[in-house]
Design a protein around this ligand. Structure first.
Ligand code: BGC
Length: 757
């Protein structure tokens, strides 16, 4: 395609038409230039290609494999596995003629009640970015574009099309933009979907700072920005801000507005052509991209869905090694989900599953399990069914209760009101636990729930919304063929009210203030020393791992790099996989920082008795915070602790290192404090005489000896340290005036090479 020639021959109307969809799933075609319509399709947990034999709008999609949803796969902490899932979905999409898969969904879980949390990966931006990049790599290796969404700060469903996320710059950069930055830099997605909401007053689809300045300008994004479906406001402003395609079609309404804006000189040739060029480049790439050859079948993809589910389920509790079960025990399964598991959430991610396996059938190869339906909702309640379940429970060795959130609790379009399970399910667990010798709970839910009955049961297995293979995976884990290896990618708080956003979560109005700032998820609970139900990164195994020999290498010379290695040994009684987590903790920072932040993770498989070295390489960014004065990430010098941990609350090893840091550019002013000046080797001498003079004044003032003696050197230092430089006039007659002070400050600025902005 000769793109420049086409652009030069196109009318303004044709150009404007390319800036929106032709219909619900297709881009605009223009026959006279041979420009074909490309098809887009949803796909966070399976291909949801609309069945074109039906109407295009909200109808049944074609049959496809339903993979575990985002919160589940994230618990695998497994880049390779997620890449395989992306590859599998990409190859199916490719064969179906799809050019862009609308995935991954990668918003940060700011609150546990966001209705779409089941689609999203994590509360942690590092983990989210790494996993999303792996998924994008997988999809794009198959000749299909990936489209991470929803960009950005789409962290609730309530008023999702209009709310205004008010976020300070540091939080925006460190928490909400960071995962998208990783994806752009690591895996160059072909497109990014803008979200419905506003960020700091501007709709994301017309937020020039975020689209053009940061994503394209700073990160080098070369792909397309497409809107979420119906997520545009002022279309010409969107085009100028960097939005390329509005989806779906606006039936010509917005195309006309673009033409008008062009005719009025608001949109320049250059801006319109740049957009059209990006759209045409995308179409050309899609025409030429052949991807890798892949011989996928539904059955093979089903097996992958089972594998992902089994590597993502999280063993939350396992007292006295009640799990795994064995073939000799009398085992009872209770609950509808043992037969008909909940496998996915509602809304645009909903997949028409190829097949669904259940735990009861899948367990037959291990044990002749008994079954009682009992009840899951008030509507099903029948005293006979409950009695039958409890009678069986009393004669079996172990009861396994399958419970979870019902389908109407978790969906696109609305948030949850609380994090409780239905009362009747909590009651059922209490009653089964009372009647049984041992009780295991299997949870099907897309986001955290409270567990008031936790002390009454022996084991809890979180299988999340585990996709169509969840039944097989659950049976394999329960009976020990698979050793569970998932760890939570989100905190399970004790109560919803413990989450900091609850203070500001408004049920009315569009203004949503992100006042908790950078303290999202474990970063908040850590800082508050708050007890949680299960911490971020928690997950048990049937075996045990020992950590030793932590080594940290860092030199000031050459390229910045910190190498960390640690030995992990499987000292338990089964082969298994361990997720090793690396956190960085800053000592004595100049700004408020989290107690620790995840900056590395690796999943390793170890045979029983095997030991392996796990290595991490950390760059500058792992130690930096976003400095609003510098308008960039800043590598602060000082002491840091490297923590290697089994979970955010279970530290295995740690050691301290010193980082030299970058020079800081900051101009001294009359508001600079004496303490700040004193940290500056080059400038501190200039003000030293005034500090001494102030000390002298305080110590020689007309107060009793007793009070003078009570003033320690530390007290003096902090009293004077917090005083601004203009304070030199207040307590001592230095004979100076403001001109003299400005001269001294200029001198300090000239001589300083530390504080330089
Ligand atoms: C959702 C997107 C989805 C799109 C197309 C929107 O409602 O927010 O995630 O990709 O619909 O189905």
């Amino acid at each position: 395609m000769d793109i420049e020639k086409i652009i030069s021959e196109m009318t303004v109307e044709e150009k404007a038409s390319l800036c929106s969809g032709e219909s619900y799933w297709f881009t605009q075609s223009i026959d006279r230039f041979g420009i074909r319509a490309l098809m887009f399709s949803d796909g966070p947990n399976g291909l949801r290609k609309q069945d074109l034999s039906q109407s295009e709008f909200f109808n049944k999609s074609i049959v496809s494999v339903c993979y575990p949803t985002g919160s589940c796969v994230a618990a695998s902490f497994d880049r390779n596995l997620i890449k395989m899932m992306g590859k599998a979905m990409g190859s199916h999409a490719y064969d179906e003629g799809i050019s862009l898969l609308l995935a991954p969904a990668m918003n940060i879980k700011r609150t546990p009640i966001c209705g779409r949390n089941f689609e999203y990966y994590s509360e942690d931006s590092f983990l989210t970015g790494e996993l999303a990049a792996a998924f994008v790599d997988g999809v794009q290796s198959q000749g299909v574009g990936a489209c991470p969404k929803h960009f950005v700060a789409n962290n609730q469903e309530f008023r999702r099309q209009t709310y205004n996320a008010q976020i300070d710059e540091r939080t925006l950069r460190e928490v909400y933009l960071a995962p998208f930055e990783t994806v752009v830099k690591k895996s160059s997605p072909q497109a990014i979907m803008t979200s419905y909401n506003r960020v700091n007053s501007f709709y994301c689809s017309e937020n020039k700072k975020i689209l053009n300045d940061i994503t394209r300008g700073e990160w080098g994004f070369e792909g397309l920005f497409i809107s979420d479906w119906g997520g545009t406001n002022d279309r010409p402003a969107g085009l100028l801000a960097g939005l390329d395609i509005e989806m779906p079609s606006s039936n010509g309404v917005n195309d006309k507005r673009i033409v008008e804006a062009y005719n009025n000189g608001i949109i320049s040739d250059e801006a319109l052509n740049a957009t059209v060029r990006r759209v045409l480049n995308f179409i050309e790439k899609s025409d030429n991209d052949l991807g890798e050859e892949s011989l996928w079948t539904f059955e093979r993809q089903h097996d992958l869905a089972v594998e992902i589910s089994s590597k993502s389920s999280v063993l939350l509790k396992n007292d006295n090694d009640v799990l795994p079960l064995n073939s000799k025990q009398k085992v009872l399964f209770i609950g509808e989900y043992a037969l008909n598991p909940r496998i996915q959430g509602g809304g645009s991610a909903f997949v028409n599953s190829y097949k669904i396996t259940n735990a009861l059938e899948s367990s037959k190869k291990y044990n002749d399990v008994y079954y009682a339906k009992a009840y899951l909702s008030e509507e099903d309640f029948s005293p006979e069914l409950l009695d039958e379940a409890l009678d069986l429970a009393s004669i079996c060795d172990v009861s396994v209760v399958f419970i979870g959130l019902s389908e109407n609790c978790e969906s696109e379009g609305y948030d949850r009101q609380n994090i409780s399970l239905p009362d009747c399910q909590n009651d059922l667990i209490y009653q089964v636990a009372e009647a049984s010798k041992k009780t295991v709970v299997v949870l099907h839910n897309g986001s955290p729930v409270e567990m008031p009955w936790l002390d009454e049961v022996d084991s809890v297995l979180e299988v999340y919304l585990g996709g169509q293979g969840v039944g097989e995976a659950t049976a394999d884990i329960l009976f020990g063929r698979i050793n569970p290896s998932g760890k939570l990618a989100e905190t399970f708080p004790k109560r919803l009210e413990d989450n900091p956003t609850q203070l500001f979560f408004s049920n009315s109005g569009d203004n949503v203030e992100y006042r908790e700032g950078i303290f999202v998820g474990y970063k908040y609970y850590d800082k508050k020393h708050m007890d949680v139900l299960f911490p971020f990164g928690h997950g048990l195994s049937y075996t045990e791992f020992e950590y030793s020999n932590l080594k940290i290498e860092h030199s000031d010379k050459g390229r910045f790099k910190v190498k960390v290695s640690v030995d992990i040994e499987n000292i338990g009684k089964m082969d298994g996989e361990e997720i090793v987590q690396l956190y960085v903790s800053a000592f004595n920072s100049d700004v408020v920082r989290p107690v620790k932040e995840l900056k590395g993770f690796e999943k390793v498989f170890l045979f029983q008795g095997q030991k392996k070295k796990v290595e991490f390489v950390l760059g500058k960014r792992a130690f930096s915070y976003y400095d609003e004065f510098k308008n960039d990430f800043y590598l602060e010098g000082g002491k840091y602790k490297i923590i290697v941990a089994k979970s955010s609350a279970d530290v295995a090893l740690g050691d301290v290192l010193f980082i030299k840091g970058e020079e800081k550019i900051k101009k001294y002013s009359v508001d600079t404090t004496f303490a700040e000046i004193q940290k500056d080797e080059n400038a501190k001498e200039i003000f030293a005489p005034f500090i001494e003079a102030s000390k002298h004044t305080i110590l020689n003032s007309d107060i009793s000896e007793e009070r003078k003696n009570a003033i320690t050197e530390d007290m003096l230092v902090s009293m004077i340290g917090d005083m601004p430089l203009r304070g030199i006039f207040s307590f001592t007659d230095t004979g100076l005036d403001y001109d003299d002070l400005f001269e001294l400050i200029d001198k300090a600025n000239n001589e300083s090479n530390k504080w330089l902005y």
